[in-house]
Each structure stands twice: as structure tokens, then as C-alpha cells.
Design a protein. Structure first.
Length: 135
């Protein structure tokens, strides 16, 4: 709980019970979490509150979207250094085709890609897929 409170304080977010609980789910997870993963961890959680909490966490640099090529939006904790102005999580994400879990591959950076003439590149995502170490 102290780590969750410290992270909220560091990112200048109000320390509400729901925010603390959601952040604790991220802290104990070894993978990216979808909204339904988070909802399933609670007896009752308002979807609008969850949506707003995730949006606030992402805007403040606390979590990032873990794009994995699936139809579910997943989120993972950011590393130290991500801020309101800049996300520094340009690493690969591994999607397990068997269990559906998505993992951050922190030591595999997304390559720099030059956009074709006339195009402006905003973001790049590197998705690896296969079988995870537990499947």
C-alpha cells in the first residue's frame, strides 16, 4: 500500500481508496492488465470510475497502453521517468497466443523508424507474439 501511495504522490494524483486499490493490482501483476482484469479483482467497481482512473494514470505517466495486436486494450506500469509530458516506454510487448497475457519486454526497444516522405510518425509499437514461459 505504501508503494501505491508513494507513486500517487509522486505523480501528483489524489490518494483515493479506488486509485490505491487499482494501482495495487498493477503493482502485484507480472503483466499488462485489461479493464476486465481489473474489474474482476474487485467485488464492485464502477466502470466510469475505472475508465477515469486509468485515463488519469495514463495522462500523468503512471501507466501506458500495452499494444499487443489483440482486440483488448491493456495497460502496464510505466518506468521511472515517465511524466505528464513524455512517456519513455518505447519497448516491445509480448503477447502469448495460448493464455492471452501480455508482458512488457523492457530490454527490447522498439526500433527507430523513418516515416515515408509526406508522412508524420507519431508512435511505433513493437509486438512480439508466441508462447510465454508458463504455457
Amino acid at each position: 500500500m505504501n508503494q501505491a501511495i508513494d507513486l500517487l504522490k509522486h505523480h501528483r494524483l489524489k490518494k483515493t481508496p479506488v486509485r490505491i486499490q487499482i494501482l495495487e493490482e498493477f503493482l502485484k501483476a507480472d503483466r499488462a492488465l485489461s479493464k476486465s482484469d481489473i474489474e474482476n479483482a474487485f467485488d464492485k467497481l464502477d466502470r466510469i470510475t475505472l475508465y477515469r482512473t486509468l485515463k488519469s494514470f495514463e495522462e500523468k505517466g503512471l501507466i501506458h497502453k500495452a499494444v499487443d495486436g489483440s482486440d483488448k486494450i491493456k495497460f502496464a506500469l510505466c518506468h521511472n521517468g515517465c511524466t505528464v509530458h513524455e512517456h519513455l516506454d518505447s519497448h516491445a510487448h509480448f503477447h502469448c497466443n495460448d493464455c492471452g497475457k501480455t508482458f512488457c519486454m523492457d530490454d527490447i526497444s522498439a526500433p527507430e523508424v523513418k516515416a515515408p516522405k509526406g508522412f508524420t510518425l507519431g508512435k511505433t509499437h513493437l509486438v512480439l507474439a508466441g508462447k510465454c514461459d508458463t504455457c
